[in-house]
Design a binder for this molecule. Structure first.
Ligand code: GDP
Length: 176
């Protein structure tokens, strides 16, 4: 069994805890309280097409750390992967995610760190195209330019969430 540390980054309310909740418990709670204090969860998946390969994620949620706008060393120390989340309905949300990516690259001295940029709340854009404030090509371009994996998800419907962690697990496995 392979074990990896994954940290979550992104502005408050973009849906970090909801994505983890969807991934680990396959559920969504519209009225969940913001995460306070440390949140730590783990989940094991079998890689698609390689059922004999198990990948265990130890997931560290920021737990309100975004307020301090600076990463605590214990948080990113030994991280193998980072999921950097923005909200596709919030203009400016991608820029905030980009700032987290910049900080991560500065602080984590590990070239093999896997960074996955994810746009959350796509369910809202499906209901109403107008609410999409961050165009997909813009985020895709940024990800390509900076060597990040990229995708869009909905923690609410679950769309794309499993695929995101599959892609991260696969990449970590390939790099091993
Ligand atoms: P965090 O502060 O980044 O951990 O964000 P939360 O997970 O607490 O989510 C913030 C708010 O966005 C909550 O009211 C969630 O119900 C809502 N939310 C999270 N993900 C989604 C999603 O995929 N779709 C929709 N419509 N709402 C979402």
């Amino acid at each position: 069994m392979l074990q990896f540390k994954l940290v979550l980054l992104g502005d408050s309310s973009v849906g970090k805890s909801s994505i983890v909740n969807r991934f680990v418990k396959d559920s969504f709670d519209e009225f969940r309280e913001s995460t306070i204090g440390a949140a730590f969860l783990s989940q094991t998946i079998a890689l698609q097409g390689q059922p004999d390969v198990s990948v265990k994620f130890e997931i560290w949620d920021t737990a309100g750390q975004e307020r301090y706008k600076s990463l605590a060393p214990m948080y990113y120390r030994n991280a193998n992967a980072a999921l950097v989340v923005y909200d596709i309905t919030q203009a400016g949300s991608l820029e905030k995610a980009q700032a987290w990516v910049t900080e991560l690259k500065e602080k984590v001295d590990d070239d093999s760190l896997v960074i996955y940029l994810v746009g959350n709340k796509v369910d809202l854009a499906e209901a109403d195209q107008e609410v999409c404030a961050v165009p997909t090509p813009e985020a895709q371009q940024y990800a390509d330019d900076n060597g990040l994996l990229f995708g869009e998800v909905s923690a609410k419907t679950g769309q794309g969430v499993q695929d995101t962690f599959q892609a991260i697990g696969q990449k970590l496995y390939d790099l091993k």
